[in-house]
Design a protein around this ligand. Structure first.
Ligand code: C5P
Length: 232
């Protein structure tokens, strides 16, 4: 089984590009993530193509709807045989409870994680939609709720991981984007953390896109990240 904490974000517009990159990666060393852009265009075919290459796949569609609709969508995702799926924790208790019940009703279900507060949102954005709590407090509240509703973990920023380790425990998954290997370009990510620091902060899985997908050698980029984790 793949025990690597690395999930490569295949943020491409089409199946051919995603598969071309994936062919340069080793499914024993990384998992892959397919998001809304690629899945909306290519659908289950892209999931199948990547699985045929041997990859475990995080289908990052962040479902957020009424409980019945989310449960049905999750069952459709599970039927694709994906490794992880996710919802928005702000869909609330009933939505997440029904979601985890739906997963419990099938054999070998995917891991189910919840997005707490989008890291693109700051305290002012939250206030504008009627949430007066600071982002960190809202993250904590939603993570505890997600755990109580049977989620396997949350998607969060690495900065939040130590606090979530204290409140939700080590085994509650913390899946984190915004990771940049030492010396890599931060791009449009404003608060970045290196892979060894992320692990030290309690992150269980790191989502890494461009530092791998746009590297001159994606294979070497992965090897260097793994090396940095081993020597930490
Ligand atoms: O290329 P990069 O490493 O920045 O890619 C990060 C991936 O994580 C992208 O797929 C991006 O959409 C996703 N993501 C993020 N920040 C969040 C949530 C998801 O960058 N808060």
């Amino acid at each position: 089984m793949n025990r690597s904490p690395i999930i490569v974000a295949l943020d491409y517009p089409c199946l051919a590009d995603a598969v071309a990159l994936a062919r340069q990666l080793d499914p024993a060393l990384v998992r892959v993530k397919v998001g809304k852009e690629l899945f909306t265009r290519e659908g289950p075919a892209v999931v199948e193509a990547l699985q045929n290459l041997g990859f475990e796949l995080f289908l990052d569609l962040k479902f957020h709807d009424i409980p019945n609709t989310v449960a049905a969508a999750l069952k459709s995702a599970a039927a694709l045989g994906v490794w992880m799926v996710n919802v928005h924790a702000s869909g609330g208790r009933r939505m997440m409870e029904v979601a985890s019940e739906a997963m419990a009703s099938i054999s070998s279900p995917p891991l189910l994680t919840a997005v707490t507060v989008l890291t693109s949102m700051n305290d002012q954005d939250l206030a504008e939609i009627g949430i007066s709590a600071p982002a960190a407090e809202q993250v904590r509240r939603l993570a505890l709720l997600a755990k109580d509703c049977g989620m396997d973990g949350v998607v969060c920023s690495a900065q939040e991981a130590p606090m979530l380790r204290d409140t939700c425990g080590d085994s509650f998954l913390k899946v984190t984007p915004g990771i940049r290997p030492v010396g890599a370009d931060a791009g449009d990510q404003s608060r970045v953390v290196t892979p060894p620091d992320a692990v030290a902060m309690g992150v269980s899985h790191m989502v890494i896109g461009r530092p791998i997908t746009r590297a001159a050698s994606p294979t070497r980029a992965v090897a260097e990240i793994i090396q940095s984790l081993q020597s930490r």
